[in-house]
Design a protein around this ligand. Structure first.
Ligand SMILES: *Cc1c(COP(=O)(O)O)cnc(C)c1O
Length: 453
């Protein structure tokens, strides 16, 4: 498999180069030359294969020229030490993506990426510096994924005062090879600084640099896995028992749901930078039984507006309760539009946006009705399905599922007053005990260069 830049189809590189450089030299994003198809026998058994095997079959065609099958198996089994339960909550499915160490879906991509980097750089003695901008959850997942990985240093940039106390401890509490920079500005500023630093010729001469945002293709590909796994299981009617509103990793128990036999599912993706949705589109194109997608945003609704008007207007991001989605200029838009025309996007994606007061109302209502806790991001996704059902864009009998992107306890300051205190996973209580160790800089490239040079 080759990868080329969204801005230039002539310069093909292999997976190792695409992953380790992050951003293409012309400022574009790497995309695979084609989206591979699942072999028939894999496609027909997505509902019954175990998670590790689905992971292997999904990632292999993207990386097989650079990572041997046995190495890939090792990388996968040490990355995915948790799974993504598909459960039923009221009138829909919830796909719980928050059972990894930092309690958000980004653990899937970040852990795979860290282990893949370590493998691809075997035998290399020059240290690698990874720069990552975060609106909250990426930083923690990447820091955790790379913590203590030899030869790799990670610098996380986050918008000062705009991440939760827990997120800040996940980002700036680890130390060792992980350093944290609080930027006086927004997430978009952080992202801009990272892009500028990655393009800085002087800096590149002095150190090996890479990025770990969802612009990095090695983080995006592993995210296709849980789409295929959950759509496959929903299609086969095999759901996991729920955790009695106290979400937990499920063992091998399953229930057969006869309500929606063999109907492809509509999936609602709470979106910010659109890495998650792009990975979902890959899974769909590979052959996972997905009918269509709902892209749900908070009031940072650049993408829903684009689907409506056909015009892409990036804007300044605004702070909301679902802070990991406070993105006014979604970086993966460039990737999506390199793969799909506006017409095609309109066919397979519906856009919807949700305001903070609706997010809050959803968290209280769903907890009251079912005992299930939604975090503010997942609540945006839940409400997105409600809205499209109201507009009759999805039928009430059609199977629909929401991607639950973070554990409710990760956003306890929002959830607790609305629904009471959700159970706290052990990894989060451990993180809360750490102290914050970050430097603060203004949102200027010179300040960042001073800091990392
Ligand atoms: C990052 C994040 C999102 C947004 O995902 P994108 O891939 O940036 O669209 C949604 N919810 C949570 C909890 C996140 O951490």
């Amino acid at each position: 498999m080759f990868y080329y830049s969204t801005r230039n189809k002539n310069n093909a590189v292999n997976f190792a180069t695409a992953a380790l450089t992050g951003l293409a030299p012309d400022g574009g994003l790497f995309i695979p030359q084609e989206i591979p198809l699942y072999p028939e026998n894999v496609k027909s058994s997505l509902g019954t294969m175990n998670f590790c095997d689905i992971t292997f079959e999904t990632i292999k065609p993207y990386v097989h020229t650079d990572i041997s099958s046995s190495a890939l198996y090792d990388i996968i089994s040490s990355s995915f030490t948790f799974n993504a339960p598909l459960i039923e909550v009221l009138d829909r499915y919830a796909i719980e993506l928050f059972h990894g160490p930092t309690a958000a879906f980004k653990d899937f991509g970040a852990r795979f990426m860290a282990r893949a980097f370590s493998y691809l750089r075997r035998g290399e003695d020059k240290p690698l510096r990874i720069l990552v901008a975060t609106s909250g959850d990426t930083g923690g997942a990447v820091a955790d994924g790379f913590f203590d990985v030899p030869g790799i240093f990670v610098t996380v940039l986050y918008p000062k005062g705009r991440v939760s106390p827990l997120q800040e401890r996940q980002i700036a509490g680890l130390g060792k090879n992980i350093s944290a920079i609080a930027v006086e500005g927004s997430f978009d500023d952080c992202q801009r600084l990272v892009k500028a630093a990655l393009a800085d010729e002087e800096l590149k001469k002095r150190m090996a640099l890479s990025s770990a945002n969802s612009i990095n293709i090695s983080r995006l590909i592993p995210q296709a896995v849980y789409y295929s796994a959950s759509a496959g299981r929903a299609f086969a009617g095999r759901i996991d028992p729920d955790g009695d509103a106290t979400p937990r990793v499920v063992k091998e128990q399953i229930t057969i749901n006869k309500k929606h036999p063999h109907l492809p599912i509509t999936l609602c993706v709470p979106s910010g930078n659109f890495g998650n949705l792009t990975a979902g589109l890959y899974a769909m194109k590979m052959g996972a039984p997905i009918k269509r997608f709902i892209a749900a945003t908070n009031i940072n609704k650049t993408f829903p507006d684009y689907l409506d008007s056909g015009e892409y207007l990036a804007r300044i991001s605004q702070a909301t309760l679902s802070n990991a989605m406070d993105v006014g200029a979604p970086s993966n838009f460039e990737r999506m539009s390199a793969h799909f025309s506006l017409e095609e996007m309109r066919r397979i994606i519906s856009g919807v946006y949700v305001e903070d007061k609706e997010t809050k109302e959803t968290i209280s209502r769903i907890h009251e009705k079912s005992g299930y806790f939604l975090d503010p991001h997942s609540a945006v996704g839940w409400k997105g399905i409600d809205k499209l059902r109201e507009q009759n864009k999805i039928g009430s009998e059609e199977p629909a599922g929401v991607l639950c992107t973070a554990h409710p306890a990760k956003f306890a300051e929002t959830v607790e007053p609305l629904a009471g205190m959700p159970p706290i996973p052990e990894s989060l209580s451990r993180a809360m005990d750490r102290s914050v160790n970050a430097v603060t800089i203004p949102a200027e490239i010179s300040a960042l260069l001073d800091e990392i040079s």
